[in-house]
Design a protein around this ligand. Structure first.
Ligand SMILES: NC(=O)c1ccc[n+]([C@@H]2O[C@H](COP(=O)([O-])OP(=O)(O)OC[C@H]3O[C@@H](n4cnc5c(N)ncnc54)[C@H](O)[C@@H]3O)[C@@H](O)[C@H]2O)c1
Length: 287
C-alpha cells in the first residue's frame, strides 16, 4: 500500500468538495451513497449518529499530517459523530474506549481498520478493512459508470490493474457481479495468483489497458496511461495512488478517483451492516 502524503488529503472537508460534486456526474451519486451501495447498507433515514473514535498511530513512519482530521471529516459527511483522540496509540485507544466509542478507526503504514469494541453492540467481532472496502467501493463505482453509459460496446468486459489487496477485493467483487474480468500486474506471479483466485482471465501485456473500455486501477505507479491510450468512452475507477492517468488522459477519459473518501465511508457502512442496522441488500462482503 502506498503511504498517503499530507498533500493527497488536504482537500478533504466535512462537506462534499467541488471535486466530490463533479464526480457525481460520472456515477450518479455521491461517495456516501456509493458506500451505502457497496457495503449493502440500506439507508434508513433516521439512523442515529454513531460515536466514532479515530486513534492516531505513531508506529512505523509515524503520523501523516491531517490524516485523522480527514477521516473525521469523511465520517461527518457519512452522518457519524466522530472525534480524533488527543492521545496516540495505546493511550488513544484507552481514551476511545473510556469515551464510549462505538467504533474505532486506526491506521499504520500497512493497514487501516475499523472495529467495534467487543460488547459495544454484541459479542460478535465487527471489523472492516480499508483495502477490501476500497476495492469493493471502486468496483461498485465502475459498475455504476458502465450502467449509466448508453454505449452498448464492451459493457461486460473489465480489466483490473494491480493485484494487491485493493485489486484483489475489486476483482473478486467484479467476478461475483458477473463481469468478464481480466487481471494484469507487472508482477506476473501476483497477477496469475489473483486470476486463479477470482476465476478471471490473466493478461500478460503491460499495455493491455489500451484494449479495454472499463478499467479498475489498483496500482501504485502513476501517469502510465496517456491520452493516446484512452477514448472519451474509456471508464476508469481509480483508487490507485498516484493516479494512473496523465492530466491529459484524465480530461479525455471518464476517471472516478478519490484518495480516501469512498474507502473510509464504505468501511463505516460495512461496520453498520455488521451491527445489523439498516441491512437491505444484505451481507458482509468482505473478502
Ligand atoms: N483511494 C483510496 O481510498 C485507497 C485506499 C487504499 C489503497 N489505495 C491505493 O491503492 C493502490 C493499491 O493498493 P494495494 O494495497 O493493493 O497496493 P499493493 O502495493 O499491494 O499492490 C499494487 C500492485 O500494483 C502493481 N503495479 C504497479 N504498477 C503497475 C502497472 N503499471 N500495471 C499493473 N500493475 C502494476 C504492483 O506490482 C503491485 O502488485 C495503492 O496505490 C494504494 O495506496 C487507495
Amino acid at each position: 500500500m502506498t503511504r498517503l502524503d499530507e498533500s493527497d488529503i488536504t482537500g478533504i472537508t466535512a462537506a462534499l468538495s467541488a471535486h466530490d460534486r463533479a464526480q457525481i456526474g460520472l456515477v450518479g451519486m455521491d461517495y456516501v451513497q456509493m458506500a451505502h451501495l457497496a457495503s449493502g447498507y440500506g439507508f434508513v433515514g433516521d439512523e442515529r449518529a454513531r460515536r466514532v473514535a479515530i486513534v492516531p498511530v505513531t508506529a512505523g513512519e509515524g503520523l501523516i499530517g491531517g490524516f485523522g482530521e480527514a477521516v473525521c471529516a469523511i465520517l461527518t459527511v457519512c452522518g457519524a459523530s466522530p472525534f480524533v483522540t488527543q492521545g496516540t496509540d495505546v493511550t488513544g485507544l484507552q481514551e476511545a474506549l473510556v469515551g464510549g466509542a462505538e467504533l474505532v478507526f486506526m491506521a499504520d503504514d500497512d493497514s487501516c481498520i475499523a472495529f467495534a469494541p467487543t460488547g459495544a453492540h454484541s459479542d460478535a467481532v465487527i471489523t472492516s478493512d480499508n483495502s477490501s472496502a476500497t476495492g469493493i467501493g471502486f468496483a461498485t463505482a465502475l459498475e455504476q459508470m458502465i450502467e449509466r453509459s448508453s454505449d452498448e460496446n464492451d459493457r461486460h468486459r473489465v480489466l483490473v490493474l494491480g493485484a494487491g489487496a485493493v485489486g484483489r477485493a475489486a476483482a473478486i467483487h467484479l467476478v461475483q457481479r458477473g463481469f468478464d474480468t481480466a487481471v494484469f500486474d507487472l508482477d506476473e506471479q501476483r497477477g496469475r495468483a489473483l486470476a486463479e483466485l477470482c476465476g478471471g482471465r490473466l493478461e500478460q501485456d503491460a499495455r493491455c489497458f489500451t484494449r479495454y473500455r472499463n478499467i479498475l486501477d489498483a496500482t501504485n505507479t502513476g501517469s502510465f496511461i496517456a491520452a493516446d491510450d484512452v477514448t472519451m468512452g474509456t471508464r476508469i475507477a481509480a483508487p490507485g495512488i498516484p493516479l494512473c492517468v496523465t492530466a491529459e488522459a484524465s480530461s479525455k477519459a471518464q476517471v472516478y478517483h478519490n484518495p480516501l473518501e469512498l474507502g473510509i465511508a464504505t468501511m463505516y457502512f460495512d461496520c453498520l451492516c455488521q451491527m445489523g442496522s439498516g441491512m437491505e441488500q444484505g451481507g458482509d462482503k468482505r473478502v
